[in-house]
Design a protein around this ligand. Structure first.
Ligand code: ZN
Length: 681
C-alpha cells in the first residue's frame, strides 16, 4: 500500500473486511472524518438533486444507505475512545464531535430532503411495501417531523428557542448537581468514629484527604465514597449527617435546582404541545414499546399493588432485626439505617462469600459455557482466530459460524481493565449487518468488560456478578450476531429503548439454572461442579428485599412520569409535588431537608425523561420470555428458534409488541416476574 494512503479511506482488504487496526494511526482520523463527512453530504445532495419523482428507492433506501463510510469510521474511532483511548484520541473526539452533530443537524433540517421523504410518506398506502419498509419509512419521516419539520416558520422559531433553552437548562442542572456534590465533604481527623468500615474504604478516604492536603479521612457524596459509608459505618449520627447532605443536594442551597426543574418540565411540555402531542411523555413514548403514559402508569400501579405488601413485610422484618441487633440496636428505622441493617441481615441470612464462589467461575470456563449455550440454542460455533487485527493484545477474536458452516459474524472479546478503558461493560459493533442486493453482509460484534485479571499464580476467577454481566453483554451480542434485516438502520440492537434489554437480560436467567451451570460452573482446580446448595443460596440472595427494591425503583419511575406525563404549568412547589408520589411508596419517614427531583440527573439532565420505567419494563419482558423456556426446557430448540425468528433476527423492523407477541403467543404479563422475584407465591 502507498504510504500516503489513509487506511480508513480505502477498501480494508483484510480477513472478512475487519478493521485494520495495525495500519490505523491516530493521525489518520481527522482527515478520514473530514473526507467521510464530505462523502456523506454528497450522498444526501444526490438524493435531493435527483430529477426523478421521489420514490421509496431513490429517497428512503438511498437515505438509509448514505453515510456508510462515515458510520464505519465513527464506529472504529468511538469504540476505541471507550476501550483504548489516550489524550490524542480524546482531543480528536472533542474536535470531530461538533462536526458530526452539525452534519446530523444539517440532514434533519434539510427542507428539500424532508419534502421528498414526505411525498413518499404521504403516498405510502399506495406503495407495495414490506413491513420492514413501512417501518423504515415511518422512522425516517418521524426523524424530521418530531424535530418540527412540519411546523410553520413562527413555530419552528419557537421550537429552536425552546431547544436551545432546554440544552442550557439541562446543562445548568447537571453543573449544579456536580457543584453541590463537590462542595460537600465530611472530614474526620482520625478513625475513632469509623468502626465497621472496611479497610479498603478507609484507605480510599485517606487518599482523598491527602489529595486535599488534609490529615485523616475525607468522605464525599460520590458513590464510591458514599455507598460503603452508609453500608458499614456503625456511628449512626455520622450516617445521618452524610445521608442528609446527600438528600439535600441542589435543594435550597447555593446550587439550587428548583427553578431549573420547573422550567425544564414546562419547556418540555410546551415543546410536545407545539409538535401536537398531549405531553412530553406522549412524545417520548410514541417511539417506545409501551406507547402511551396510560400503559406505563397502569403497569407501575399493577406492580406497586403486588410489591407493597412484600415490601412492608421486609421492612417490618428489618425493623425487628434492627431492634434486636445486639451490637447496635435502634428503635425506629430512618433512611440512614436502611443500607446498614440490610447488609447485616443479608449476611445473617445468606452468608454468601464471593471468594467461596469464584473458584467455580474461571473466565475461560464461563466463556466456553456461554458459547456452548449459544450452540445448543442457536447452532452457533466459535473458533478463536489469529487472522484478525486487534486494537490491544488482550482482545480475543473469534470467527462465528452457523450450523451449516456459513459465516455468522466476527466476535471481539475484550475482558480486562487497563488504563484507557472506561469502567463498566458494554456491547458494541465495528460493522453492521444489512443486505446488499443478494448478499447478507455479516456484522462484527464486540463485548468489552472490566473483569479481574489473571495473576502469575491464579487464572481470572469471576464473581457471580461478573458472570451475570458476561451473560448480559453476550445476550446483546447475540442480538447483533443473529440480526437478519434488509436495512442497516433497523438491524440488531437498533430497537426501541424499552425493548433493547430483553435479549441481554433474558440470557442472564441461564446463570441460575442447574442444567446450564453444570456446563461451565466447575472448580478450576478439581473440576467439581458447583454444589446445589450454593446455587439455591445465589437465587435466594438475588431476591433479598426484592419488595423494597421494587418499590424504590417504581417510585423513581412514577416521579419521572409525574413531571412528564401531565401539564406541569401549575406546579410551583417541587418538594410538595414529589411528596404526592413518594407518599404512595415510602416506608421510611420523610426527611424534610431532602429533595430528590433537584438532583435526579437521569431525567433532568440525561436522556431518561419519561423513560425510567424501562428498567422494570425490561425485567417483566425477560421474566415472561424466559418462562416459556422454563416450560419447554431451557435448551429447547423450537423455543429458541421462535425467539431467534421473531426477536433476535428482526431488530427494529416492526413494532416490538407485535414481535414479542408472535414469539410468546400473547402480550407480556407481570406474573412471571412477580413469581421469580418472590413477590407472590
Ligand atoms: Zn444491557
Amino acid at each position: 500500500m502507498n504510504t500516503n494512503t489513509n487506511p480508513l479511506l480505502v477498501n480494508f482488504e483484510t480477513f472478512q473486511d475487519t478493521a485494520p487496526f495495525s495500519l490505523i494511526k491516530e493521525s489518520h482520523y481527522e482527515s478520514a472524518f473530514a473526507k467521510a463527512i464530505e462523502e456523506a453530504r454528497k450522498e444526501i445532495n444526490a438524493i435531493t438533486e435527483n430529477a426523478a419523482q421521489p420514490n421509496f428507492e431513490n429517497t428512503i433506501e438511498a437515505l438509509d444507505a448514505s453515510g456508510e463510510l462515515l458510520g464505519r469510521i465513527s464506529s472504529i474511532f468511538f469504540n476505541l475512545n471507550s476501550a483504548e483511548t489516550n489524550d490524542e484520541i480524546q482531543r480528536i473526539a472533542r474536535e470531530v464531535s461538533p462536526k458530526l452533530s452539525d452534519f446530523g443537524n444539517d440532514v434533519t433540517l434539510n427542507e428539500e430532503l424532508f419534502a421528498r421523504v414526505k411525498v413518499v410518506y404521504e403516498n405510502r398506502t399506495a406503495l407495495d411495501l414490506t413491513e420492514e419498509q413501512k417501518t423504515l419509512l415511518e422512522k425516517q419521516y418521524k426523524r424530521f417531523s418530531r424535530n418540527g419539520a412540519n411546523l410553520d416558520e413562527d413555530k419552528k422559531k419557537r421550537l429552536r428557542a425552546i431547544d436551545s433553552e432546554l440544552s442550557q437548562l439541562t446543562l445548568a442542572f447537571g453543573e449544579n448537581v456536580l457543584a453541590a456534590t463537590n462542595a460537600y465533604e465530611l472530614h474526620l481527623e482520625d478513625d475513632s468514629r469509623l468502626s465497621g468500615l472496611p479497610e479498603s474504604a478507609k484507605e480510599a478516604a485517606a487518599e482523598t484527604a491527602k489529595a486535599k492536603n488534609k490529615e485523616g479521612y475525607v468522605f464525599t457524596l460520590d458513590y464510591p465514597s458514599y455507598i460503603p459509608f452508609m453500608t458499614y459505618v456503625d456511628d449512626r449520627a455520622l450516617r445521618e449527617e452524610l445521608s442528609k447532605a446527600f438528600g439535600a443536594k441542589s435543594y435550597k442551597d447555593e446550587y439550587d435546582n428548583q427553578e431549573n426543574v420547573l422550567k425544564i418540565a414546562q419547556l418540555r411540555y410546551e415543546r410536545a404541545q407545539l409538535l401536537g402531542y398531549e405531553t412530553h411523555a406522549h412524545f417520548i413514548l410514541e417511539e417506545r414499546m409501551a406507547k402511551t403514559p396510560e400503559t406505563v402508569n397502569n403497569f407501575s400501579q399493577e406492580i406497586l399493588e403486588k410489591a407493597k405488601p412484600a415490601a412492608q413485610r421486609e421492612f417490618d422484618e428489618l425493623q425487628e432485626f434492627a431492634r434486636n441487633y445486639s451490637d447496635n440496636p435502634v428503635e425506629s428505622l430512618k433512611k440512614w439505617d436502611a443500607a446498614y441493617y440490610s447488609e447485616k441481615l443479608k449476611q445473617k441470612l445468606y452468608s454468601l462469600d464471593d471468594e467461596l464462589l469464584k473458584p467455580y467461575f474461571k473466565l475461560e470456563n464461563v466463556i466456553n459455557g456461554v458459547f456452548e449455550i449459544a450452540s445448543r440454542l442457536y447452532g452457533l460455533s466459535f473458533e478463536e482466530t489469529q487472522e484478525i487485527d486487534k486494537y490491544h493484545p488482550d482482545v480475543l477474536t473469534y470467527v462465528v459460524k452457523n450450523e451449516d458452516g456459513s459465516l455468522n459474524s466476527i466476535f471481539y472479546a475484550d475482558f480486562f481493565p487497563r488504563k484507557g478503558k472506561r469502567n463498566g461493560a458494554w456491547m458494541t459493533s465495528f460493522k453492521n449487518q444489512w443486505h446488499e442486493q443478494d448478499v447478507n453482509v455479516r456484522p462484527h460484534i464486540s463485548n468489552v468488560c472490566n473483569f479481574t485479571k489473571p495473576t502469575a499464580t491464579k487464572p481470572s476467577l469471576l464473581t457471580f456478578n461478573e458472570v451475570t454481566t458476561l451473560f448480559h453483554e453476550f445476550g446483546h451480542a447475540l442480538h447483533g450476531m443473529l440480526a437478519d434485516t434488509k436495512y442497516r438502520s433497523l438491524s440488531g440492537t437498533s430497537v426501541f429503548w424499552d425493548f433493547v434489554e430483553l435479549p441481554s437480560q433474558v440470557l442472564e436467567n441461564w446463570c441460575y439454572e442447574k442444567e446450564a451451570l453444570e456446563i461451565f460452573a466447575r472448580h478450576y482446580e478439581t473440576d467439581e461442579v458447583i454444589p446445589l446448595e450454593y446455587i439455591e443460596k445465589i437465587k435466594a440472595a438475588a431476591n433479598f428485599q426484592e419488595g423494597l427494591q421494587t418499590l424504590r425503583q417504581l417510585s423513581f419511575g412514577m416521579m419521572d412520569m409525574s413531571w412528564h406525563g401531565i401539564d406541569p404549568t401549575a406546579i410551583t412547589d417541587v418538594k410538595a409535588h414529589e411528596r404526592k408520589i413518594f407518599n404512595q411508596t415510602d416506608l421510611y419517614p420523610d426527611v424534610e431537608s431532602s429533595c430528590m427531583s433537584t438532583s435526579f440527573a437521569h431525567i433532568f439532565q440525561g436522556g431518561y425523561s419519561a423513560g425510567y420505567y424501562s428498567y422494570k419494563w425490561a425485567e417483566v419482558l425477560d421474566a415472561d420470555a424466559f418462562e416459556l423456556f422454563k416450560q419447554n426446557g431451557i435448551f429447547d430448540r423450537p423455543t429458541a428458534k421462535k425467539f431467534r425468528e421473531h426477536i433476535l433476527s428482526k431488530g427494529g423492523t416492526e413494532d416490538p409488541m407485535l414481535l414479542y407477541t408472535r414469539f410468546r403467543g400473547s402480550e407480556p404479563k407481570i406474573d412471571a416476574l412477580l413469581k421469580r422475584a418472590g413477590l407472590v407465591a
